[in-house]
Design a protein around this ligand. Structure first.
Ligand code: ARG
Length: 289
């Protein structure tokens, strides 16, 4: 069965405010080629997903909501259930209603089953801070920068799944998906300096040393940890040569996309997408009857 992703059109994308240290509105506004480059980068990413066998659902961009191009922050989706996000920064809060409507449309089309809201007082920025680990059968949940720690209990309750909490230590790696990427076969690409000592202890308790692939400062700053993994395919922003070689030596097929216009907003391949069809129990190949 092919995997299904949500993406948002990049027509209204831009870097117009600064809510993380990567965002550079001045660089964006003085580069006349930036808008065209962003449209091309978004098309290249969706083409790479489709080349890896995925289906891509697209929603239109909205003027005044430039970060709508990062649907990983819109919701957590598992087993057909959509838990809508609540954003920390006022600059992104306008996206909530747009994504709510988009998920209700997906429900009407039968692509998701249920759309639910977070409890009051919880901030949670979607799959950017809650990553399902299909090999281990639990969510890794990031908090401390954008999502609040009370999101942990909310996610456990809504999905009825276990959660491992990871506190993020750096404002440069403000969503879990900027520094943490579980891969096919139980491997993990991650950037240790982004985590508190307790979070690193939790990671190391669950992931054996031979399964850990440590990203360097350069790999993390190139937004390569923010990657989409579909089977053996790994789709990411342009990796430093050393990282590509390490991933290929472990059997991954790396597709590199020039995502510079989105890195200027603090985002990469993973957060420009949201996986819609993830199941907690991998589907069994079984006979028709
Ligand atoms: N400019 C966006 C923000 O600061 C980028 C979001 C990237 N998303 C992610 N899941 N890493 O919110």
């Amino acid at each position: 069965m092919s995997s299904r992703f949500l993406m948002s059109d990049a027509g209204h994308y831009g870097v117009h405010y600064q809510i993380n240290p990567w965002m550079q509105p001045d660089v964006w506004s003085t580069d006349p080629a930036a808008r065209i480059a962003a449209l091309k980068a978004s098309e290249d990413l969706s083409a790479a997903l489709m080349a890896a066998g995925a289906t891509v659902e697209r929603i239109p961009g909205v003027a005044g909501l430039p970060d709508l191009v990062f649907p990983a922050n819109a919701a957590i989706v598992l087993d057909g259930k959509v838990l809508l996000a609540r954003f920390r920064h006022p600059e992104r809060q306008g996206e909530e209603a747009v994504f709510r409507a988009a998920f209700h449309d997906l429900k009407a089309r039968g692509l998701v089953d249920d759309v639910v809201e977070l409890p009051d007082g919880v901030l949670q920025e979607g799959a950017g801070d809650a990553i399902w680990d299909g090999n281990r059968g639990f969510f890794w949940v990031g908090h401390g920068q954008r999502s609040t720690d009370n999101s942990i209990a909310a996610i456990e309750t809504v999905f009825g799944q276990a959660v491992v909490s990871l506190e993020l230590a750096s404002d440069r790696f403000y969503h879990l998906d900027t520094c943490f990427c579980p891969l096919q076969g139980g491997k993990l690409l991650y950037y240790p300096p982004a985590f508190t000592p307790a979070a690193l202890t939790a990671i190391h308790a669950h992931v054996a040393p031979q399964d850990r692939i440590v990203a360097s400062d350069e790999d993390a700053a190139a937004f390569c940890v923010n990657a989409v993994n579909i089977g053996q395919h790994l789709i990411m922003a342009q990796p430093p040569a050393g990282l590509r070689a390490r991933l290929e030596s472990k059997g991954f097929q790396v597709t590199a996309i020039d995502l510079a216009p989105f890195i200027l907003s603090g985002g990469g391949a993973y957060c420009m997408t949201l996986r819609l069809d993830r199941r907690s129990k991998a589907e069994m190949a079984c006979a028709a009857e």
